[in-house]
Design a protein around this ligand. Sequence first.
Ligand SMILES: [Zn+2]
Length: 73
Amino acid sequence: MTYEYRCKECEQTFDVIATVAEKAAGIEPECPECGSKETAQIFGAVGILSSTGSGGGFDPGPPCGPGMGAGCC
Ligand SMILES: [Zn+2]
């Protein structure tokens, strides 16, 4: 897992790679910029995957059949 943190000292943001177990145990990442441990995790908006697949509005047109004009089928 990758967790995003921001340094409270210098506002630097950085990624911390840790396992879920490590995260649960509590990790204190150091700021790579100034070495401060005054960091806070950033809970970004993860998982905003808009899916507009409900259909609607698309008309496939009339089915082919006898009496249809040229160009049918
Ligand atoms: Zn810093």
